[in-house]
Design a binder for this molecule. Structure first.
Ligand code: ATP
Ligand code: MG
Length: 349
């Protein structure tokens, strides 16, 4: 038996995790998977009534699970740093989820804002625990004309090596092409170091072609020629920006999935749609569940069920190709329940 901790969170997070759960039940029946679920009500709602997103021993309670399925956390009136630092970052750090994986692809039936975006299929591998998002730094002379702020980035050999190695392995399993996002012409310590480690590790992996692109040029190429990319490896900040850009290129935030992985499998990994709690449509039953369902497919893959994951992926593709089973954000008229019914039907349920 494999045990999954479900954190539905806030807003449409609850609707889309319920949808993903139903689809997981259908695919589990088809592939005879033994999956068990426990639900945790950790959320901004809990923060409002109890003063914390999760209990003090929250991370320890998640530790025994094989994976974590998260909906979305965030709600108007609760500052973003509360949901971020009260739940997401402690989980990512405690469980060494140093890879943030965001696959991007176009689907028949999903319009991209780009004129010619057919056959886009790449993955952004974002470093998830160090880099630019550090707490090191400070401010001096507050309120005076000579006030200043300093923010340090942290790039460790261990941290850069392991993310680059993960991306190289992934590229090898895909089309054999890695792009490293850098800016070592302007950021002359950390990103020169990043470039050196990428070159060293890539030299050990001769069957992967690679190049380095400065982040500004890379952002432009992602819009102009998204088809040419296979795997992109990027630092925490660059990866954050590129993955949102890339999700927009693919056509809708409602379908974009993500995984926070501990590739060593020492700790549970966490799977969540890219979108937030979407207060503007929460409770209406119209949220697009595809981002959460695709995230659940990534979870199945990580748990060692690639055939089940591929079936869910095929069901998503069929569902998006049919105008009758697309949600409003994709120009359709289906509601969440309608999409779930279609996905379950495709899985033979
Ligand atoms: P967060 O602050 O949690 O990142 P956000 O408020 O910046 O979230 P979202 O909650 O992702 O962003 O919502 C952005 C817009 O996209 C909203 O108009 C929302 O309704 C829409 N949206 C997001 N996810 C979905 C979905 N799954 N289905 C339909 N529409 C969605
Ligand atoms: Mg928000």
């Amino acid at each position: 038996m494999q045990r999954i901790a479900v954190i539905p969170g806030d807003g449409i997070g609850r609707e889309v995790t319920a949808a993903a759960h139903t689809v997981l039940d259908a695919v589990a029946a088809r592939h005879r998977l033994d999956l068990a679920y426990d639900e945790f009500d950790w959320s901004c709602e809990r923060y409002t009534t109890e003063g914390a997103m999760m209990p003090p021993d929250g991370v320890d309670r998640l530790r025994p699970y094989d994976a974590i399925l998260l909906g979305a956390v965030g709600w108007p009136g609760v500052p973003d740093h509360v949901s971020l630092w009260g739940l997401l970052i402690p989980i990512r750090r405690a469980f060494r989820q140093y890879v943030n994986l965001r696959p991007i692809r176009t689907f028949a039936g999903v319009a991209s804002p780009l004129r010619d975006a057919a056959s886009v299929d790449f993955v952004v591998v974002r470093e998830n625990v160090e880099g630019e998002y550090s707490e090191i730094g400070g401010r001096l002379n507050r309120g005076f004309p000579d006030e200043f702020a300093v923010q340090e980035s942290v790039f460790t050999r261990t941290g850069v090596t392991r993310i680059v190695d993960y991306a190289l392995e992934l590229a090898r399993a895909r089309r054999g092409y890695l792009t490293s996002a850098t800016k070592s012409n302007g950021i002359v310590h950390t990103l020169v170091f990043w470039d050196e480690v990428v070159a060293e590790r890539a030299a050990q992996t001769p069957d992967v072609r690679w190049d380095a692109e400065h982040i500004d040029a890379l952002a432009a190429k992602l819009v102009l020629q998204p088809q040419r990319f296979d795997v992109i490896v990027a630092s925490n900040l660059f990866g954050d920006i590129l993955s949102d850009l890339a999700a927009a290129v693919a056509g809708s935030i409602g379908i974009a999935p993500s995984a926070n992985l501990d590739p060593t499998r020492t700790h549970p990994s966490m799977f969540e749609p890219v979108h937030g709690s979407a207060p503007d449509i929460a409770g209406q039953g119209v949220a697009n569940p595809v981002g959460a369902v695709w995230s659940a497919a990534m979870m199945l893959d990580h748990l060692g069920h690639p055939a089940a994951a591929a079936d869910v992926q095929a069901a998503i593709e069929a569902c998006l190709a049919d105008p009758g089973t697309r949600t409003r954000d994709l120009g359709g008229t289906a509601d969440t329940a309608g999409v779930v019914r279609a996905l379950v039907a495709h899985l033979g349920g």
